[in-house]
Design a protein around this ligand. Structure first.
Ligand code: ZN
Length: 143
């Protein structure tokens, strides 16, 4: 993928939070066996305890938002955020991850942060996480 990208797209996995490692294995199985992807579709995943897991990583085209995979990074919060807020640990993990992405030239300094539903017909990334995006945008600007 051509770096730096101008858009970061936020997702949720829409799966109940269990422990991160078994959820990761489950997502990888769904994406590779059931959807036929080469690997987990997201570039990164963030768990409720604030850990960041590398899916495809930086610079690799993901499979997370049809027609936008070639010019965006897809980051999924693990859990279902139609019912609850992402933890503050997960929120600050996102800010740290994007800070590093900008520092290392993977993401434009003035990138656009969007929810999956901004670019596709989906409820993803859930009501609560979507409602949080303006606050995260503010925090990113002041970072
Ligand atoms: Zn999504």
């Amino acid at each position: 993928m051509k770096s730096p990208v101008q858009t970061v797209i936020i997702h949720h996995t829409a799966l109940r939070y269990c422990d991160s490692v078994s959820q990761l294995a489950h997502i990888q199985h769904m994406h590779m066996q059931e959807r036929g992807f080469d690997d987990i579709g997201y570039n990164f995943l963030i768990s409720g305890d604030g850990m960041v897991y590398e899916g495809r990583g930086w610079g690799i085209v993901g499979a997370h938002a049809k027609e936008h995979n070639f010019n965006s990074v897809g980051i999924a919060f693990m859990g279902n955020f139609n019912d609850e807020m992402p933890s503050s640990a997960a929120q600050s993990a996102l800010l740290r991850l994007l800070h590093i992405g900008v520092l290392h030239g993977h993401v434009w300094p003035n990138f656009v942060l969007e929810g999956h539903r901004d670019v596709a017909k989906t409820e993803c990334p859930g009501e609560y996480l979507y409602a949080l995006l303006p606050k995260l945008r503010d925090q990113l600007q002041n970072q």
